[in-house]
Design a protein around this ligand. Structure first.
Ligand SMILES: *Cc1c(COP(=O)(O)O)cnc(C)c1O
Length: 422
């Protein structure tokens, strides 16, 4: 692919200014890789760990060892990683149904949770499908403050009211990443403060974190600062672009045990579950994950710089530190949003020859345009972009398996948009 002089100059300037930030990202990647390698060594990973099992999957040593490695790397007491968790939404569903009982209160303290969780909780969709609400689980939501922090006063009040009524809040729920919302991503440090605050008032309350897109962007995860449960998808950061599918849950021994009874059944927990040849990809994915996440972070910084210089409003800005891999660009016009997605698609290794078009996706009020040319269907650790066709025509994008390929995608998008005169 050839780029115009303007785009090449922008990229060169970006890389000059980003050098110290890229160096910092490399340090984080090194520290996380070191942690992963220590865990591999500690648990004596050998080729036999990759052996496959079928049927019940009893005594699947590779599976059990990966669970313990995962727990160590995430600073948790226990964990499970499974290829047969179909997506992040299911992993979150397993965790929530594992902990919550009729009459319990789930309180989301970072505002609205991810769209797909609304039907799981029962604040959207038809009654009777088996949501948490159908089982008598109560739900409350507390918005973040204007500056994007936790509203400690409001959280404290709910914790105290429920305690006074004789039933501590069961789950305080936090989404770490901004996801597809226009808000700040929460840092692990901020989540740590929340955990201390919650436990100080209501020690029995579980703090559960939707960790999607956050893994390995920092050197510690929310479990290392006291969260009881973190949950994520393997086709995002922690699968390293290698896992074909799957999800994970890590946390305290009891919380993970309760989730394991929802994963399989009460009584069976983690003792069953054939791995049918998927174990090696998950080991390899974890091995790559810190590095792959670093590639995605660098790609996001590069994009923030280039589109910022081209006059677009970007978030985060190129010189802001990050706790997830998502980047937004406000394109300001439908044709620019389409041009952006076209450029990303052209610059992809797979399906580079197709042209993304806006379409009416089920469940969305506006048409949505999406660009993805990924080895794994829908993998958002691979460079991918999407945006709803409504003002201000914001594109959300993330990923990049390698910085080089991510850069090609970003330059290709910038080139397409240049055609519109900015
Ligand atoms: C991706 C994501 C999920 C889960 O989405 P799936 O498409 O089901 O994997 C949940 N929360 C956040 C913040 C996410 O980014």
């Amino acid at each position: 692919m050839q780029f115009s002089q303007r785009i090449n100059e922008l990229a060169a300037a970006a890389e000059r200014d980003l050098a110290p930030i890229f160096a910092k990202i490399d340090e984080i990647s090194f520290e996380n890789t070191n942690k992963v390698m220590d865990a591999f060594r500690e648990h004596r990973v050998a080729a036999t760990n990759f052996d496959t099992t079928s049927g019940y999957g009893y005594d699947d040593r590779g599976r059990d060892v990966l669970d313990r490695i995962w727990a160590d790397v995430f600073g948790a007491e226990a964990a499970f990683v499974r290829h047969n968790i179909v997506n992040g939404t299911q992993a979150l569903t397993i965790g929530l149904f594992g902990l919550l009982r009729p009459g319990d209160l789930m309180c989301s303290v970072a505002g609205k949770p991810y769209d797909t969780l609304e039907e799981v909780i029962g604040i959207q969709g038809e009654a009777g499908n088996g949501s948490l609400a159908d089982f008598g689980v109560r739900y409350k939501q507390i918005e973040l403050t204007e500056d994007g922090g936790f509203d400690f006063a409001a959280i404290g009040e709910v914790l105290k009211t429920e305690l006074a009524a004789g039933k501590p809040v069961k789950v305080i729920f936090v989404q770490r990443s901004k996801g597809y919302l226009n808000r700040k991503t929460l840092t692990v440090g901020e989540i740590g403060e929340l955990v201390s605050y919650v436990k100080g008032i209501s020690p029995e309350t579980y703090v559960v974190v939707d960790n999607c897109y956050g893994e390995f962007t920092e050197t510690v995860e929310p479990t290392a600062v006291g969260a009881d449960m973190i949950i994520g998808s393997l086709i995002k950061n922690p699968g390293g672009g290698m896992a074909e599918t799957g999800g994970y849950i890590a946390g305290s021994a009891r919380a993970v045990e309760l989730a394991s009874y929802r994963l399989t059944s009460v009584g069976c927990g983690l003792e069953v579950g054939a791995t049918v040849g998927q174990t090696k990809n998950m080991y390899k994915g974890l091995f790559y994950a810190p590095h792959t996440t670093a590639q995605a972070l660098k790609t996001a910084h590069l994009a923030a710089y280039i589109f910022g210089e081209m006059g677009y409003n970007v978030s985060p800005k190129w010189n802001e530190t990050r706790s997830d891999i998502i980047q937004t660009v406000i394109t300001g016009a439908p044709e620019l949003l389409c041009a952006f997605c076209r450029g990303i698609q052209k610059g992809s290794p797979v399906d580079s020859f197709v042209t993304p078009e806006p379409w009416a996706m089920p469940g969305y009020t506006d048409e949505v345009i999406m660009a993805a040319g990924a080895f794994v269907q829908g993998a958002s650790i691979e460079l991918s972009a999407d945006g709803p066709m409504r003002p201000p025509y914001t594109v959300f994008f993330q990923g990049g398996l390698t910085y080089e390929s991510g850069k090609i995608g970003i330059l290709s998008a910038a080139e397409e948009m240049l055609g519109f005169g900015k």
